[in-house]
Design a protein around this ligand. Structure first.
Ligand code: HEC
Length: 281
């Protein structure tokens, strides 16, 4: 009797489950949800040929240095890089003296107050310091940025899908709102103070276009021309390094492991042959 009741309860629940799936599917097909502007106009990031793509990819040190230059001269006005220390820049090919010279351009706030001015006092960074925050907190960040908080960029390349391509596409992707969008979705006009960018998830971004003119950053002699496209690629490569400084080690470990497994497989097969050589099987 108990079995019969349990089976009936089971059949009832599975029946309800099938019924709700079925009715959901019928409703979806007969009356599909209304399309949204994001759904129709959001674009997938552009694909870039990065030097670090693929299993044998490597960072291009010169490109990382140029990207760091773009970050420090442009992006760092609004964005912090709080997980990277000055001494980590050694990885970009700078020596200790160069790192000390770079650190001199930044200031670390101390808890003290300058007795002469009453302002929070600062000290020059040592190589072990992390890059300082730009704003004291989110309130100050919002006040300075039209009520949006510029996110920390340390892990941005990992926090977004196809991060390196995404950052590059976002920076180079600002455009006029397409007339087709406004025709289809008249309520979706980009609000004042925001900027239309089809690579951003909700299409309207609070960040003004950060790179607008060729030569905005002056590159050293022998480096490529600082076009907007080049600067955007360089800063995206730099932010990829910031998010994954050990990428090269990870890739070469992967190759070593695969090589080891191949050799081990051959050895295992050969020992199998030897052990069973004089047996019928
Ligand atoms: C004038 C200030 C300002 C400057 C300069 C600036 N940004 Fe931004 N950035 C912002 C703000 C504000 C946001 C938040 C936008 C939002 O949430 O709508 C943002 C967001 C971002 C995002 C995150 C987008 C996302 O998917 O959430 C990235 C990546 C970014 N900025 C990269 C850069 C890079 C690279 C530079 C330098 C080339 C730069 N920004 C320069 C203000 C700035």
């Amino acid at each position: 009797m108990v079995r019969l009741i349990a089976a009936l309860v089971g059949i009832f629940f599975s029946g309800m489950l099938l019924y709700s799936f079925g009715s959901g599917a019928v409703a979806y097909i007969s009356e599909p949800p209304a399309p949204t502007a994001e759904h129709e106009f959001h674009l997938h990031p552009k694909e870039v040929e990065w030097s670090f793509n693929g299993p044998f990819g490597h960072y291009d040190r010169k490109q990382l240095q140029r990207g760091f230059q773009v970050f420090s001269e442009v992006c760092s006005a609004c964005h912090s890089l709080r997980l990277v220390a000055f001494r980590d820049l050694k990885d970009l090919g700078y020596n200790e003296a160069e790192i000390k010279a770079i650190a001199k351009n930044w200031k670390i706030k101390t808890p003290d107050v300058d007795p002469k001015t009453g302002e929070a006092s600062t000290r020059p960074p040592v190589p072990a310091d992390k890059f300082p925050l730009v704003f004291a907190n989110d309130v100050a960040a919002r006040a300075a940025n039209n009520n949006a908080v510029p996110p920390d960029l340390s892990l941005m390349a990992k926090a977004r899908h196809e991060g390196s391509d995404y950052i590059y596409s976002l920076i180079t992707g600002y455009q006029e709102q397409p007339a087709k969008l406004l025709k289809e979705f008249p309520d979706s006009k980009t609000p004042d103070g925001l900027h239309y960018n089809p690579y951003f998830a909700n299409l309207n971004l609070a960040m003004p276009p950060p790179l607008t003119a060729e030569g905005q950053v002056t590159y050293d002699k022998g480096q490529p021309k600082p076009t907007v496209d080049q600067m955007a690629q360089d800063v995206s490569a730099f932010l990829t390094w910031a998010a994954e400084p050990k990428m090269e080690a990870r890739k070469s470990a992967g190759i070593a492991v695969i090589f080891f497994l191949l050799v081990a497989t051959v050895l295992a097969y050969m020992s199998y042959q030897t052990i069973w050589a004089d047996k019928k099987h």
